[in-house]
Design a binder for this molecule. Structure first.
Ligand code: SR1
Ligand code: MG
Length: 400
């Protein structure tokens, strides 16, 4: 059957017809999608409390509307990525229960007992297991889908399988291009516009460096990357971390995933400067955030290297000094992508509630300027940092 758009009633009918539930009696469905692109239904058997998530791609960008058409094939990418993640890191992703590529839908384990990390962080929620879990996810997905582990043939098949033309183009435009000029897609706080016009858009050196990062994004087919690993793509709790929403996945630079998640944590860190909150609580939460980022990155590097030592099958991976060079480049690119992500969330399309939740536009503008300045420093100095502590010290020194 060809594509048709789900609603709550059709979602229930579909799941019964495909054996996910035995009968429609007692089933309820609710559309809960609050992301930028898709429909998301939670369908629940009220008697047993069993529930699943049905996610369906819309043929357009949901936040913009039908004026921005988008191919529904992105769900095939997400389902393919989820199948790989279910094998490589089953503990840290939702279980894929069912896929239908014609209807562009997937059915997954319902994780609504957990909280979206972005919402939790806005309330100063701490996630003690996150560095341990997310570092395993990153180290395993990025290593075991790379040329270090796969045969040349397997790797190229993955490249072909994960051609993700439209969603890569969204990232190329929204992260690496549009924030650097007065693009129509930008969503600009009117109080920020003078700074953009008089200062930011005149930074030709910055645009040149960002273009180098963009080119890396477009050409470095290193690993299967999630492609959109921000705090809104993670459900977390005290002892659980689940990474979802892999529709932007493709074979790209490993550092993009690492940099994106770190950048989103820095955005939360900086956002507190615009909020009326007890300064002691802010101080405490900020220390937690920096400690989280440092642990995440340290664990990631350690686990990635462990994977390499144990399982690098490619003989070239054993060339003396090669792994150290690889890790150094990975770190430099991580800092660059981190800076680019901080910049895009200030005035590009799709911003972070951490900052847009600051209602006073002048206070929001001040936070946004800090984000732009720090993002720029990270990008411009990415080759000079020796470790992540130097980066977190820079953030600390610049944010009171
Ligand atoms: C039009 S899509 C806008 C953004 O939403 C996703 O979460 C990605 O971050 C993308 O850039
Ligand atoms: Mg998303």
């Amino acid at each position: 059957m060809g594509y048709y758009q789900m609603n709550e009633k059709l979602a229930i009918e579909y799941l019964v017809e495909h054996g996910v539930f035995d009968s429609a009696t007692g089933l309820t469905a609710k559309e809960v999608g609050d992301g930028n692109l898709n429909l998301v239904f939670i369908v629940k058997d009220e008697a047993t409390e069993n529930s699943v998530v049905l996610k369906q791609a819309l043929p357009y960008v949901r936040v913009v509307g039908e004026s921005w058409p988008l191919s529904i094939e992105r769900t095939i990418v997400e389902a393919n990525a989820l199948e790989i993640y279910n094998n490589l890191t089953p503990n840290y992703v939702p279980k894929l229960i069912h896929r239908n590529d014609q209807l562009s839908l997937i059915v997954m384990e319902d994780l609504s007992h957990l909280e979206l990390m972005r919402y939790g962080m806005i309330k100063m929620q701490k996630y003690p297991s996150f560095p341990e879990h997310a570092s395993t996810f990153l180290a395993d997905t990025l290593f075991y889908t790379s040329d270090m582990y796969l045969s040349s043939e397997e790797k190229k098949k993955l490249v072909a399988k994960f051609i993700n033309i439209e969603l890569c183009k969204i990232t190329e435009d929204l992260i690496f291009t549009d924030p650097y000029h007065d693009a129509d897609t930008n969503n600009i706080n009117p109080r920020l516009r003078p700074y953009l016009e008089e200062v930011f858009w005149k930074k030709t050196d910055l645009w040149r460096e960002v273009s180098k990062l963009k080119y890396k994004f477009m050409t470095e087919a290193q690993s299967l990357i999630h492609g959109d690993l921000h705090t809104g793509s993670i459900f977390a709790g005290e002892n659980e971390t689940k990474i979802f929403d892999a529709e932007f996945a493709f074979m790209g630079p490993a550092a993009f995933d690492v940099g994106k998640i770190i950048g989103n944590i820095f955005i939360n860190y900086i956002s507190w400067s615009g909020k009326d909150e007890d300064p002691e609580r802010i101080k405490d939460y900020r220390s937690y955030l920096l400690e989280t980022v440092i642990r995440l990155h340290r664990f990631f590097e350690r686990k990635f290297i462990e994977n390499w030592k144990k399982d690098a099958l490619n003989i070239s991976a054993r060339a003396e000094g090669y792994r150290d060079d690889f890790m150094n480049n990975l770190f430099t690119d991580t800092i660059g992508f981190c800076g680019a992500v901080m910049i895009r969330r200030t005035h590009g399309l799709a911003q972070n509630l951490d900052v847009t939740g600051i209602e006073d536009l002048q206070k929001r503008r001040d936070v946004q300027v800090k984000l732009l300045e720090l993002g720029e420093k990270l990008i411009m100095n990415r080759h000079s940092f020796n470790n992540l502590e130097e980066v977190t010290n820079l953030i600390k020194e610049n944010i009171e």
